[in-house]
Design a protein around this ligand. Sequence first.
Ligand SMILES: [Zn+2]
Ligand SMILES: [Zn+2]
Length: 309
Amino acid sequence: MSLSAFTQPGSFWRGNLHTHSNLSDGCLDPAEVCRRYKAEGYDFIALTDHFIGIYKYPLLDTSEFRSEGFTTLLGAELHSGAMENGELWHILAVGLPADFAPSNSPAFVPVEDQETGPEIAARARDAGAFVTVAHPHWSGMTLADARSITAAHAVEIYNHGSEMGCDRGGGAHVLDLLLSEGRDLTLIATDDAHFTEPDHFGGWVMVKAPENDPDALLDALKNGAFYSTQGPELRILTVDKKAVHVDCTSAVSVIVQGHGSGARAVHGHSMTRASVPLDRFYNSPWLRVTVLDASGKRAWSNPFPNPSF
Ligand SMILES: [Zn+2]
Ligand SMILES: [Zn+2]
């Protein structure tokens, strides 16, 4: 939990961490997926196909799609064990080794004798991955489900595919409850692109790293040196005992959230700077920031400690 995205040296690199191809149920081949993201100005992506038996447990070594100004992280969406609603877990793992052992997950339904969600998440983290609880609302996830993934680094606060296809793209409710339980989590916005509907180029991360290099990006993700966005840029974010200070691209609202009902907003026109007072956050050990622009697009900071707590 830190503001390292705004204190650490380096540049911001734009990336999508949740992407499917025709190695699972996406409709484009991996090369075309990478071509489109690069053409749209992304610096990197993680191809994260569904790691299940009907697709032969795809975990492609995407290094062949790296080129000048564009890199890739290896990853997969892991599926093993049942959530409380009886459905199969979806856990995003970015930075997996190419030889990560298959789970016992023949298809999109839980079976006996397979790892639980918490177990496969821990195995991915132990293998070096940045692990995220994917699309909590889309999954119908309970708080107890989310709480059980103790290996998670992050929760998807926005999943563009789930938003466009189901109007269930959010994860902030579950995330905020876990933060109030003392969990040290970051948050990510992703596409979950399959290119089968308008599910691409809608949510991404801006990762602060010295260079656009897979290892540097993965380290920065694990260290929380990034923010998430649908478009607005966060440029400077500082906090003192009185206020959170934000420099950003043109915004209509800058909102700070914390424990329970704690929230405070500053509204305006074409704001590129705002200071949000912390008088409402006496009982919150953590804070985070949302910036909203005139077209309704959001940017989200990672959670950080409240110096006035
Ligand atoms: Zn999923
Ligand atoms: Zn997915």
